[in-house]
Design a protein around this ligand. Structure first.
Ligand SMILES: *Cc1c(COP(=O)(O)O)cnc(C)c1O
Length: 355
């Protein structure tokens, strides 16, 4: 038995893998593989429609928000967002609270003025900055809801009249939120939503067409909206896997239901870490992520030893990111409670042995 704690691409529901593998051989009894159907057929249109409608339903999105499936991963959004929203003379506010946010800031500077309102770089991004002011004149305020690498998460939506733009790559659909409060949401699919190769962009239409900047067609959200995410050949299989994962989530009872399970998984792991001094969580308690749990141990030798124990017991993807070290367990929607239970058992045994 393998327990997949990978940070992304990461665990997806077994039901999704089964259905997707059947569809590679025969999609819905058509005698055709999902990999050989045209993207402008009613077959694929059905997939795209179900993906969009299910996402809209799960996130309770209003009619002002458009849902797009685009190429290029979340990293493309780092520049596509300012390209579409930020005028040359405009200013966007950014929160510098992790590796991904930092990259988004770098790209935004290519298109306008960027004001970094606060940063947690001073402590290697182990907390979420607080008490900062968002300048009222900003075109938008960008932040990362969950910092996949550092293991921090923003637990409330900032109160501001400035339009909110959020990178939700690693916690989208993991918890209830008023998604309509955002002017733009984006997420690479490969963490909580599906296979790599596609990202979901949700944009409020009134944000668009205001920069006066000519855009390459493929970069223009308005073109994608007008063409229903079919401006060119979309990543058909990645969109299909997304649709299956969204369908699965709906069957589980939706975002609220999965949130309760996610809370239980994270609570068990953090409680265990807090009860065993041999392990040291790196993130300030109030800012801990429910999706990516990061901890270190005081001696490199112990870390090596515990990593070996994890490996022997089928734990995959638990080694920390090189910028933080130690360990990182990603507890995405599809990860079962049993995997967390086994991990915490191993921790307790290990601590006992070393006491
Ligand atoms: C993984 C990740 C990204 C990068 O995603 P790509 O699809 O590889 O470009 C960006 N932001 C966050 C928060 C991530 O977790």
């Amino acid at each position: 038995m393998v327990h997949n704690f990978n940070s992304g691409p990461s665990v997806l529901p077994k039901e999704v893998f089964e259905e997707a593998s059947r569809a590679i051989l025969d999609f819905n009894g058509t005698g055709l593989s999902i990999l050989e159907i045209g993207h402008r057929t009613s077959l694929f249109q059905g997939v795209l429609d179900e993906a969009i409608n299910t996402a809209r339903e799960l996130m309770k999105l209003d009619a002002e928000h458009e849902i797009l499936f685009l190429h290029g991963g979340a990293s493309t959004q780092f520049f596509q967002i300012p390209m579409n929203l930020l005028a040359d003379k405009g200013m966007a506010a950014y929160l510098d609270c992790g590796t991904w946010g930092k990259k988004a800031i770098k790209e935004a500077k290519l298109y306008g003025q960027v004001e970094v309102v606060a940063s947690s770089k001073d402590r290697n991004y182990c907390y979420i900055p607080k008490g900062y002011a968002i300048p009222a004149g900003a075109t938008y305020f960008h932040y990362t809801t969950n910092n996949t690498i550092e293991g921090t998460q923003m637990h409330s939506i900032p109160e501001t009249s400035v339009p909110l733009v959020a990178d939700m790559s690693s916690d989208i659909l993991s918890r209830e939120m008023d998604f309509n409060k955002f002017a733009l949401i984006y997420a690479g699919a490969q963490k909580n939503m599906g296979a790599a190769g596609v990202n979901m962009v949700i944009v409020r239409k009134d944000m668009l067409g205001k920069t006066g900047r000519p855009l390459p067609t493929m970069m223009d959200y308005q073109e994608h909206i007008a063409n229903g995410s079919l401006l060119n050949t979309p990543p058909v299989f990645a969109v299909y896997v997304c649709m299956l994962t969204l369908r699965w989530l709906k069957q589980q009872g939706g975002v609220g239901a999965i949130e309760k399970i996610n809370e239980k998984k994270a609570a068990l792991l953090y409680d265990t870490l807090d009860s065993l001094p041999i392990f040291r969580p790196t993130v300030d308690k109030e800012d801990r992520s429910l999706m990516n749990v990061v901890w270190v141990m005081d001696e490199p030798e112990l870390e090596k030893e515990f990593l070996a124990v994890c490996k022997e017991n089928g734990m995959v993807g638990i080694k920390g990111h090189r910028s933080v070290g130690g360990f990182r367990a990603s507890l995405y929607n599809a990860l079962h409670m049993e995997s967390v239970e086994l991990l915490t058992e191993l921790m307790k045994e290990f601590a006992l042995k070393k006491a």
